[in-house]
Design a binder for this molecule. Structure first.
Ligand SMILES: [Zn+2]
Length: 644
């Protein structure tokens, strides 16, 4: 619908649609811009004159170009409600629509009675920006909550200071704002010009952007296609002259049209005629630059394509720089080596390895080893790793590399080391503790390590039971030599003894204790029982319920605290020792019962004050559980004995 160029000035002021809903505010916006900047009108007129000359000489070339222009897009979502904060899906849907519509692959509408030659592939593609103006990676989508419920001043959305979001450099990105615009409008755009202003781009109503959950008649993304048509210098197809036949869209392959179309009603041949085009194929109601509902919109014409391509020509096209933008090229990045490595929560068998997060990391590879050994490698998405199953008291090395995905990994960091806690980190940690009065305080339920480092070394410890946890058990294990333990009350009365042979573990259970402080003595069984470099492990436990004297048993009867028994080894075979610390000379009965309560043996033994030892021959007993009944005539104790 090409007419004389000078009608441009006129049509700008006749642009208000005369019927139905306001759809596109582009021409009104242009009027406001010209009112503020009268030079703009002159500039646009001059550009149009030059363009028409260019199209006259190079139009066929521009129409036939097959070089695809790639336009980086940034979508600024400015929302006041959750509904307006449209998901990324809507953006990607709209990008697909744009790429279809600008490449002659529109999925809706048809050309009616027009030849398919008027259905152009504009050779324009759009990509969501992959690097932002600062050179950082981006999704090409940015969001902002705004207090502005409705953007009555439609351009405010383009300014962060006015409740919107500032444009990204319009020479590098095509800016699209998505918001809740006033006036019931669907969108508006700005035409290209010299010295592209920061307002250049398109603004789209959130409910007409993308596909999912959009307005029923604007649910195919054509609003955005239409507005970007304006950004690419295409005018409304009816010439913005109301319903007159005098306006122009400066294209000679679009028929003259008397007004915009909203709901087309073509005849069986797809033809609509009006006062400006009275014969078939009629008006081009399916052109993206008409107002027809989305389902009807179908094409840009070759002339519209040429107007777009003229913008992208080298070197003076108004949008040539936009085609040279690196906005859709992901920024080169360094997959950096992790730093600030440190090791925490080191125990005998575990440790936590930590490092700082690295930009672009999709994960990390950690390798650790016993110093000088072979690596164990573990991948993690976290910036820390708990490693288990370590050897106590051992030096470990570890390092970490960043995995940035797609096989892109950093080098490994420098190696750092740590040492697991040993059972013998400081063999003298509790020294000096040679006497009851010098006993070292230990916590119940906590393992401690110490050593008998000489033939004269004695280790005394103290702990307390409580009213709610009166029962006592003392364990001594991991013995490097033949060590024994005794348990004493606060006044020095011995109430427990365990003296298994060799490096067998020792255990005292004492279930009749009063609430008090108790003392443990650890000592070498004889003058050769010590080790200057290896620790034993000691643990004092308290409980509200009886501890089982089941293994390596010592059972104490509090009613006579001088009645002390030790039965060892237990489990036993062949011979079992019963040691008895007598308060006075007398008799001691030792009987063996089976689990059915039958007495199998019964021995009466003379005892002398002090330590007495009896060896019971159990070689005739079958494997299983038995009870030793130890009775001095005043007190009786049952000890479980396992024969193996
Ligand atoms: Zn428009």
């Amino acid at each position: 619908m090409k007419k004389i160029i000078y009608t441009l000035i006129l049509v700008l002021f006749l642009a208000a649609p005369g019927k139905g809903q306001e759809i596109c505010w582009t021409m009104e916006n242009l009027k406001l811009m010209i009112a503020e900047n009268p030079g703009l009108e002159k500039e646009m007129k001059a550009y149009e004159e030059e363009l028409q000359k260019m199209l006259a000489s190079q139009g066929d070339m521009l129409k036939s170009t097959t070089a695809v222009v790639s336009i980086p897009v940034v979508v600024h979502i400015v929302y006041n409600t959750d509904e307006q904060n449209i998901p990324d899906l809507r953006v990607t849907e709209q990008m697909t629509v744009l790429n279809n519509d600008f490449s002659g692959q529109t999925t809706h509408g048809n050309m009616g009675a027009f030849p398919s030659t008027l259905y152009a592939n504009c050779q324009v593609q759009f990509c969501l920006a992959k690097r932002d103006p600062q050179g950082n990676p981006t999704s090409g989508i940015e969001r902002r909550y705004t207090d502005t419920a409705i953007f009555i001043n439609l351009n405010n959305v383009k300014y962060t200071a006015k409740g919107g979001l500032d444009a990204w450099n319009p020479y590098k990105y095509l800016n699209i704002w998505v918001d809740n615009m006033g006036g019931g409008l669907l969108g508006f755009a700005q035409f290209p010009s010299n010295n592209l202003p920061i307002t250049y781009g398109a603004v789209i109503r959130y409910s007409a952007f993308g596909l999912t959950n959009t307005l029923p008649q604007y649910n195919m993304g054509a609003t955005t296609t239409h507005e970007i048509g304006h950004c690419f210098n295409c005018y409304h197809i009816w010439g913005d002259d109301g319903i007159a036949c005098t306006g122009t869209d400066y294209c000679n392959d679009t028929p003259n049209q008397g007004g915009y179309t909203l709901d087309p009603n073509p005849d069986v041949n797809g033809v609509i005629v009006d006062a400006c085009t009275t014969t078939p194929p009629g008006i081009m109601y399916m052109d993206f630059m008409d107002y027809s509902r989305d389902v009807w919109k179908h094409n840009f014409t070759p002339n519209q394509q040429a107007r777009m391509q003229a913008l992208f020509t080298k070197p003076h096209g108004l949008l040539y720089q936009l085609t040279q933008s690196d906005g859709c090229v992901p920024p080169p990045f360094v997959c950096a080596v992790p730093g600030n490595l440190n090791t925490t929560s080191i125990t005998e068998n575990t440790a936590i390895l930590n490092w700082d997060a690295v930009q672009y990391a999709t994960g990390y590879n950690v390798q650790y080893r016993v110093a000088g050994g072979s690596w164990t490698t573990t991948a993690t998405a976290s910036t820390s790793l708990t490693i288990e199953g370590l050897i106590e008291g051992t030096n470990y090395e570890w390092q970490v590399q960043t995995n940035c995905g797609s096989g892109n990994t950093s080098a490994y960091s420098t190696v750092i080391t740590f040492t697991t806690l040993g059972s013998c980190v400081n063999i003298n940690a509790f020294e000096p503790n040679e006497t009851l009065s010098a006993a070292a305080l230990i916590s119940t339920g906590v393992v401690i390590n110490a050593g008998i480092t000489s033939s004269t070394d004695l280790d005394w410890f103290k702990f307390s039971n409580t009213g709610s946890q009166k029962k006592i058990m003392v364990d001594l294990y991991d013995l490097p030599a033949d060590y024994d333990i005794k348990l004493f009350t606060a006044n020095g009365t011995q109430v427990g003894l365990s003296q298994n042979t060799g490096t067998l573990s020792e255990k005292i259970t004492y279930n009749n204790g009063k609430v008090s402080t108790y003392y443990i003595e650890v000592y070498g069984h004889d003058a050769t029982s010590y080790d200057p470099s290896n620790c034993y492990t000691l643990k004092a436990s308290i409980s509200s319920t009886n501890f089982s004297p089941m293994t390596n048993g010592i059972l104490i009867d509090e009613s006579n605290t001088s009645l002390l028994y030790s039965v060892y080894p237990n489990p036993a075979s062949g011979i079992v020792n019963v040691e008895y610390n007598a308060a006075a000379d007398g008799l001691l009965n030792i009987s063996i019962f089976n689990v059915l309560g039958s007495r199998l043996t019964d021995t009466k033994n003379m005892v002398q004050k002090g330590l007495n030892n009896y060896q019971l021959d159990i070689s005739n007993l079958q494997k299983g559980l038995y009870l030793l009944d130890i009775n001095n005539g005043h007190d009786r104790t049952l000890v479980k004995l396992i024969v193996e």
